[in-house]
Ligand binder design. Structure first.
Ligand code: AKB
Length: 327
């Protein structure tokens, strides 16, 4: 007998840092929901009973639409994208994936009446933006090609929502810290790399200065935010460009000090590279009160909780490091 599929979700960028965790969480949530995980790479590891894997380059609008029609997709979590540092190394790729890929998703959403999640970033802000308590509505003059694609992407989302009634929702994500899949090509990647090096080598050379303070979030909070935003009533979503969202802000030195509470022998030195200028152009502390008011956003993990949970999971995953338990 055929199973009744209540909903069909397509996740793009499903093998990436956020996509891989999101797919796991979506699969757990409702067994009647069919998940189509997709990315540019051929990858059969993601396949299980309720999950289908499809190779999809989001710049290929024909294949995107074929997949949508074939499976009867009604919701897209569009996680495929090129991050800030990689974007500076390959501007063409960054523009093509982040702009043309998103435009393809929004066009498909308009044509097939789909609901869409599209991530934006703190990278929409630049040096002219207030650095502390950065407001929801403020100057957006980014200095990176990635930031420019994210500002343009936000405007595209707002345009498709207002002109065509597309139910598209977005968050300006900060740096995301996670233990399942490492990030790739971002400026905030140091805040994940540091854990792996602390556990495997006992030392780390950080590519931003110790005082560099950025907004950050634990993956479990990020997944919660994405799902709660998507589950909120449409009338609660007042912002169709992208919501400011945050959990914690800490400097690289504060992160090191928190790790040292568990791994006292861990050492970190600092050799800033081109990513320092990118980090310096971003806010230190974001005001996300509009997200908290409109759809009830609340984070759970502060810096000590993030560090304890990361080290616990990584010691299981890497299997060889003794982490001093906190008393
Ligand atoms: C990056 O560092 O590029 C991303 C981001 C903040 O958008 N993590």
């Amino acid at each position: 007998m055929d199973t009744i599929v209540a909903k069909t979700i397509l996740v793009t960028g499903a093998t990436g840092q956020i996509g891989s965790d999101l797919v796991k969480e979506l699969s757990k949530q409702d067994k009647n929901t069919q998940i189509i995980a997709s990315s540019r790479q051929a990858n059969s590891n993601l396949e299980n009973e309720s999950l289908v894997y499809q190779v999809l380059d989001v710049t290929d609008s024909q294949r995107l639409q074929e997949i949508i029609k074939w499976y009867g997709v009604d919701t897209i979590y569009h996680l495929a994208g090129i991050l800030s540092a990689k974007g500076e190394r390959d501007r063409e790729l960054c523009w093509n994936v982040n702009i043309n890929g998103l435009k393809n998703i929004l066009e498909a959403a308009r044509t097939y009446h789909l609901k869409v999640f599209s991530p934006s970033s703190i990278a929409v802000f630049g040096t002219n933006t207030p650095k502390f308590k950065t407001p929801q509505i403020t100057i957006k003059e980014p200095s990176t090609i990635y930031g420019i694609t994210k500002v343009t992407g936000e405007l595209l989302c707002q345009y498709y929502a207002h002109q065509f009634g597309v139910d598209v929702r977005s968050l300006r994500l900060p740096g995301i810290i996670s233990y399942n899949t490492p990030p790739g090509g971002g400026t905030t990647d140091f805040a994940v790399e540091i854990f792996y090096r602390a556990m495997t080598q006992g030392s780390y050379t950080c590519f931003v200065r110790p005082e560099t303070r950025l907004p950050m979030m634990y993956m479990l909070d990020a997944i919660k935010a994405i799902l709660e935003l998507m589950q909120a009533k449409s009338t609660a979503i007042k912002i169709r460009s992208s919501y400011n969202i945050t959990a914690v802000s800490f400097s690289a030195a504060e992160l090191v000090a928190e790790i040292q509470k568990h791994l006292p022998d861990f050492t970190c030195d600092y050799q800033p590279d081109f990513r320092q200028a990118i980090a310096d152009s971003w806010p230190s502390v974001i005001d996300d009160s509009q997200a908290r008011i409109d759809w009830g956003w609340q984070h759970s993990y502060d810096l000590p909780a993030i560090v304890a949970d990361m080290l616990g999971h990584l010691s299981l995953k890497l299997g060889k490091v003794k982490v001093k338990s906190k008393n």
